[in-house]
Design a protein around this ligand. Structure first.
Ligand code: SF4
Ligand code: SF4
Length: 154
């Protein structure tokens, strides 16, 4: 009899307990600041151009060779608007191959790239893996729209 009452009590407690699950994707848990999704490029608002100079350091260091970088002369340097002589022209990262190792962020001397720490960096489901190759505009979009933590720059 005592055992039956105990199990009934346990059932009642479980029925009254608040649920531990949430209705994803309607609700999102807060992401920790140290979270690492995929790398994105950072926009320099002071000069209105990317921090990236297209130096190729990240491209050479990437262990899975999923980055492609093309540099050009910076037209803003010629007019005196920017101190960067070179600037990024084209940039692609294949997120389907990226293993989120953070090495590109570590080797960048210009703090031009950071690991996305928002849900947008995680919710990347696509039907065709070619859509996971992000170009320069896509890699800069979140930073330009101020949708990433300011602390993304180390
Ligand atoms: S996080 Fe690692 S694998 Fe991904 S692009 Fe950077 S260096 Fe390459
Ligand atoms: S992100 Fe940094 S390391 Fe990579 S090309 Fe741009 S400036 Fe160089």
């Amino acid at each position: 009899m005592l055992g039956i009452l105990r199990s009934l009590g346990m059932t009642a407690r479980a029925a009254l307990r608040r649920p531990v699950t949430i209705q994803y994707p309607e609700f999102h848990r807060e992401i920790a600041n140290r979270d690492r999704a995929f790398p994105i490029l950072i926009w320099d608002e002071a000069v209105d151009e990317p921090f990236c100079t297209g130096c190729h350091a990240c491209e050479r260091a990437c262990p899975v060779e999923c980055m492609t970088v093309v540099m050009k002369d910076n037209p803003k340097h010629a007019t005196g608007e920017s101190k960067r002589r070179k600037i990024i022209d084209e940039f692609w990262i294949d997120y389907a191959r990226c293993m989120r190792c953070n090495i590109c962020v570590e080797v960048c001397n210009f703090e031009a790239i950071g690991m996305n720490n928002t849900w947008a960096g995680h919710e990347l489901s696509v039907f065709d893996r070619k859509e996971l190759v992000l170009d320069l505009d896509m890699l800069l979009a979140q930073s330009k729209a101020k949708k990433v933590e300011p602390g993304l720059r180390a």
